[in-house]
Structure formats: structure tokens, C-alpha cells
Design a protein around this ligand. Structure first.
Ligand code: KIV
Ligand code: ZN
Length: 507
């Protein structure tokens, strides 16, 4: 079996999804889980782009044991120096530098001639090599580059010391057989290619990112850049869970070994979804709610008789082996923590204490607390430490003959603000009251509510997408009361906006 390196860029390209900004602690939390998942490389961020990105890279490099920690840098001295400084404290670190090589990017984005791009490539790789032996180079928009020029750049980057050459399909333009041929051509045309590992980084604009990655591997790539749940710029990147399971399930025809512990896939997916506030679509392969659900009678009958009739992998193989352990209001801290550990949800002592308090509140209203409820609770708690606003109290009067009226009390630091408002309905009233309390102007672009688990006592999970000053901010909240879940989601989105504002990221 050939070995294939898994490079996870959830914390860099994934975080570039509109609305997916994370706090430093949230990024560290995900990095720790990626290490448990068994990825080979964690791309922790883009240090020059903001102090938060720099600090997150620094802490992840310092704390993470196992995977290589990479930092991204344009082919510019200041970027490379910032990336080097950010990961300096780590044991195994990499600088990943890139510059665009397609005519459209060189002319309209960079305003540079091909020869200048070639020179910048060599300079950047050499500078990066002066800080570390592990340097990756990416010719951005490779798939729309002129092949002979691309091969010259790749050859020069390898001569300058790049050990990994990453071929990005930056705009998700390639189709599988073409991308496979492209990788093969690079292998044939670049004379020193055997001195480097070929990596691929596929975007999903045409829904082909995983297929393109598989095709590249079949043609010699040995390093795949992926994100959890496929998050990333625009339509996202190749989804780690789909790619890894495709190789595992079809090992009869694709014989590659990765270091991924597939039993950690589901936990990782839920953790990322809960932290960034993006729900996992029900029909998402491998990790969606419906991925192992059989609706048609004929299918159910088949699965009962023999699972393999309609299941090509087991839920257990991706860590979806929910136990029958159900927590309730009599569950102590010990049992609560034990279950979180089993689900791979590692919390600090402070997070654990507040998560347990929230668990007790929910268990008081809802007799049985399931694993999915725990994921929802923990997702909210992880963001709380960095949050600026917290909802202390709300009251809503509503009915078919009264004007819906909401009162809210919100804490921000030592200050407590109370406001009231009327609205078209109870949710509208509570949102207007929050806007008034915090003096913000928002547009509500999306509002969805879904039950976390089956049954009448299920937790309702609300997701909102707010537009504030041109930023899209996702917020999520859960409660047995959907009005409370709505208010929590709204405040969560406002906290995310504060985070984006505070970080001042330039990407
Ligand atoms: O999509 C892309 O080209 C990138 C590069 C920085 C690798 O994300
Ligand atoms: Zn990308």
C-alpha cells in the first residue's frame, strides 16, 4: 500500500468560508481534535493576515503533538517572516508559500510578468528554507496556468528547496480525468519532480473536489489537502471525511494508507460544525443525519436482513456508534465528563463547569439528554469564554390576539442592558429588542430551526445568518424552547461579529 499524507486546512482555507471566523481557543480546540483524528499536517492559519491568525498559529504549533503545523505565506518576505515567527516554537513545522501562475491572476491580481513570478517563487522558497527544512510551494490557480510555464515554476521551486509541491485547483474548474492527466503531465515534464511530493488542493465549485483529489492520487499525488465537512472559500474544499472514506471503502481498487483514525470522523465533523455554527446538511455523505438512514420499506427490509444490502460502510466505522447511555438530571459531573471524553469532546475546566451548568438546566426540562444534545450544548459553550455578550434573561408575551412583545437583558462585561420591543411575531420582537439593547443594525438573511433529536421534548436548534456591515455572521443556539434558542442564536451571531471586528482580519 502507498502512503498518502493528509493535510488538513480547516483552520486556514476552511476558516475563509464567509462567516466561519473562530476564536483562538476554538482553533486550538479543533487542532487538538485534528491531531486525534490523525492528520499528518494541520495548516493552522495565515499569520500575516491578523494578530489573531498569528497567535492561533503560534499556540497550535506550541501545543499540538504529532502532526506538522503549517503556516501560510504569500511569496513575500514579510509574510514568510511572519509565518516563520508564528510557528517558531513548534517541534515539527512547515512554511507554505504561494504565488499565482495563471495569466489571469498574474495580469489582473498581481500585475506581474511571468518572469517576475518565477523570480519571486525562487526568492520565497529560499527565504522559507532559511527558517525550516519543510517548505511547501503552491502555484495558485495552477489548473488555469499555461502548462510549460507552470512546469518551469515548479522545477525552480524544487531547486530552491521546496519538498512539497501543491497543485491547487483554486477555482474548482478542473474535471476528474483532466485533473488526473494534469498531475501526470507535471510528473512527466518536470525533470526534478522526484525530489518533491506532489500535493493537491481542490475547490468544490463544480462539486468535483473529492473526485478530482481521488483522480490526482491515482496519477501520482501523495499528499491531499482537505477540510472537515468540506468547508472553505466559496463552495469549499474537498471534504476530508468523504475522501478518506472513499479510499477506505474502495481499498479493493485504490490501495493507499492514511494515518486517519476513521472512528474520529464523526466527532470531528460535529465539533467543527458546532464551533463555526454551520449545520451539517442532512444528506451530507458520511456525516449527515441521513447518511445511514433508510426510509423506503424495501431498503429497511434489506438492511434488517443484511446491512450490506444498502450500506457500503458502517456507521461505527466513522464513529457513529451512539451508545445507549442517556444522561439525565441525576447524572453527576463525573458521568457527564466521562461521556464527553468518549465523544472526544475535550474541554478546559472552566468550559466544563459552564457546560455542566447548562446541561443541568436542559436536563431539568428534558428528561433524557442524548449525544446529539451534548454536541449542541458543547458547541455553544466553546464560544462562550471569548464572547462579549451574554443573554441573561428574556421574556416574551405572544398570542393570536396580542401584539408580540419581548424584553431582554444582556450582559456585556460589567454592564447590564435591558430593552423591550414589539414585533410581527415573538421571534421578530426578541431580535428587535436585542438590536436595541446593543445599538446594532442587522439584516436577518437566514433563520432555520430544527430538532436536534426526535421526540416532543427535543432540543430545538436555531441557526441565523446576520449581515452586519457587509459581514455574514452565523449564530447558533439551542434550547427546549425555540424562542430561547432563537435569542441565543442571535446573540451568538452578534458575538461572532464582535470577534471578526476585533480580529481585523485581512484576507
Ligand atoms: O485555493 C488555493 O489556491 C489556495 C492556495 C493558497 C493553496 O488556497
Ligand atoms: Zn484554497
Amino acid at each position: 500500500m502507498d502512503t498518502l499524507a493528509v493535510f488538513d486546512t480547516t483552520l486556514r482555507d476552511g476558516e475563509q468560508s464567509p462567516g466561519a471566523s473562530m476564536s483562538i481557543e476554538q482553533k486550538c480546540e479543533i487542532a487538538a481534535q485534528l491531531a486525534r483524528l490523525g492528520v499528518d499536517v494541520i495548516e493552522a492559519g495565515f499569520p500575516i493576515s491578523s494578530p489573531r491568525q498569528f497567535e492561533a498559529c503560534r499556540l497550535i504549533a506550541e501545543r499540538v503533538e504529532g502532526p506538522v503545523v503549517a503556516a501560510l505565506a504569500r511569496a513575500l518576505d514579510e509574510d514568510i517572516e511572519a509565518a516563520a515567527e508564528a510557528v517558531r516554537g513548534g517541534k515539527r513545522t512547515r512554511i507554505h508559500t504561494f504565488i499565482a501562475t495563471s495569466p489571469i491572476h498574474m495580469e489582473h491580481k498581481l500585475g506581474k510578468k511571468p518572469e517576475e513570478v518565477l523570480e519571486m517563487t525562487v526568492r520565497a522558497v529560499k527565504l522559507a528554507r532559511s527558517f525550516t527544512d519543510d517548505v511547501e510551494f503552491s502555484p495558485e490557480d495552477a489548473t488555469r496556468s499555461e502548462i510549460d510555464f507552470l512546469c518551469r515554476v515548479v522545477e525552480a521551486a524544487i531547486d530552491a528547496g521546496a519538498g512539497v509541491i501543491n497543485i491547487p485547483d483554486t477555482v474548482g474548474y478542473a474535471v476528474p480525468h483532466e485533473f488526473g492527466d494534469f498531475i501526470r503531465t507535471i510528473r512527466e515534464k518536470v525533470p526534478n519532480i522526484d525530489k518533491a511530493i506532489i500535493s493537491v488542493h481542490c475547490h468544490n465549485d463544480l462539486g468535483l473536489a473529492v473526485a478530482n483529489t481521488v483522480s490526482a492520487v491515482e496519477n501520482g499525488a501523495r499528499h491531499a489537502e482537505l477540510t472537515v465537512n468540506g468547508i472553505g472559500e466559496r463552495a469549499g474544499n474537498a471534504a476530508l471525511e468523504e475522501f478518506v472514506m472513499a479510499l477506505k471503502v474502495r481499498s479493493d481498487i485504490m490501495s493507499y494508507r492514511t494515518g486517519i483514525d476513521t472512528h474520529q470522523i464523526y466527532n470531528t465533523s460535529r465539533l467543527v460544525s458546532n464551533i463555526i455554527g454551520f449545520p451539517i446538511p442532512r444528506n451530507k455523505p458520511v456525516v449527515g443525519d441521513n447518511a445511514f438512514a433508510h426510509e423506503a420499506g424495501i431498503h429497511q427490509h434489506g438492511v434488517i436482513k443484511r446491512r450490506e444490502t444498502y450500506e457500503i460502510m458502517t456507521p461505527e466505522s466513522v464513529g457513529r456508534d451512539f451508545s445507549n447511555i442517556v444522561l439525565g438530571r441525576h447524572s453527576g459531573m463525573h458521568g457527564f465528563k466521562k461521556r464527553l471524553d468518549e465523544l472526544g469532546l475535550a474541554l478546559t475546566d472552566d468550559e466544563l463547569a459552564s457546560a455542566y451548568a447548562r446541561f443541568l438546566e436542559i436536563a431539568d426540562r428534558k428528561k433524557e439528554v442524548f449525544d446529539d444534545d451534548l454536541y449542541a450544548i458543547i458547541g455553544e459553550e466553546l464560544g462562550r469564554q471569548a464572547a462579549r455578550y451574554s443573554l441573561e434573561y428574556f421574556n416574551i408575551i405572544s398570542g393570536n390576539v396580542s401584539v408580540p412583545t419581548a424584553t431582554v437583558r444582556i450582559r456585556t462585561g460589567d454592564e447590564v442592558i435591558e430593552e423591550a420591543a414589539t414585533g410581527d411575531g415573538p421571534v421578530d420582537a426578541v431580535f428587535i429588542a436585542i438590536d436595541r439593547a446593543l445599538g446594532v443594525k442587522t439584516t436577518l438573511n437566514e433563520y432555520t430551526v430544527q430538532a436536534v433529536t426526535p421526540g416532543k421534548q427535543a432540543l430545538g436548534e436555531v441557526t441565523v445568518v446576520l449581515e452586519i456591515d457587509g459581514e455574514h455572521c452565523v449564530g447558533r443556539g439551542s434550547s427546549t424552547d425555540i424562542l430561547e434558542a432563537s435569542a441565543r442564536a442571535y446573540v451568538n451571531a452578534l458575538n461572532r461579529y464582535e470577534l471578526i471586528k476585533r480580529n481585523g482580519d485581512r484576507r
